[in-house]
Design a protein around this ligand. Sequence first.
Ligand code: SF4
Ligand code: SF4
Length: 236
Amino acid sequence: MSPCSGCHAGCCRSFAIPVTGADILRIARSESLSFWDFVVRWEDSSGSIAGNYVPHFYFADEPRTPFAICLKQVESQQFSGTRRCRFLDESAPEPGKPFGTARCGIYGSRPSACRVFPTRFESNSPLVVLNQVPERALPESAGAIYQLCPREWTPQDVDVIDGPQDLAVARYEADFFQQVAAVWNRQVLDWKLFPDFLQAVYSERVRQAKPAQSLEEVRETLPFAAPAAKPRRRAA
Ligand code: SF4
Ligand code: SF4
């Protein structure tokens, strides 16, 4: 059973969750929400949100401040004075579970950052490694509700097919979003224009190929080698 089953989800309470444009469009579509319902920009001068993957965006009202685009957080409905991701569904405390249990309210559409936690690709390899999850991401004084995983993750907790595939998608989307940031940061426009900008960029992600002029050109567009005109002789 995954360590997440029955957990109170300290991760969804502790971390600023960075989102890519693809995450934003997917959640907006699946939950019928507007950008402003669930996206915020978090000042990230220290780079602690960005790490090596998340791009910084700059906006006209604070042109020198780097921002990371993240999921909105709200106050917990069960544990006042504490915070949580706005999509976290919480339950009330119960015997043996002082912080209840919690589950992602948008599990099928959750962002890549949530999907791949706590894994990464091994450097220069397609293999997946589990990062060590610390006991907590916030100081102890913040409260026990922010404690992370109740037990250590093991390789058996990660699906051998979904794990690497989720990481591959996360890497692709992170690279794409870096390019989106490079385009946005050329002009440094107003934050309120950001949703329309994203919509415009992502609506151009799939393009029509130029009509092929010959059979050879058609073959070149196929993702896999087209079969030879004559069947090849099979070796015994
Ligand atoms: S989107 Fe879901 S998994 Fe991600 S932080 Fe929010 S509640 Fe947790
Ligand atoms: S804190 Fe760890 S075990 Fe709990 S929900 Fe988050 S990733 Fe899963």
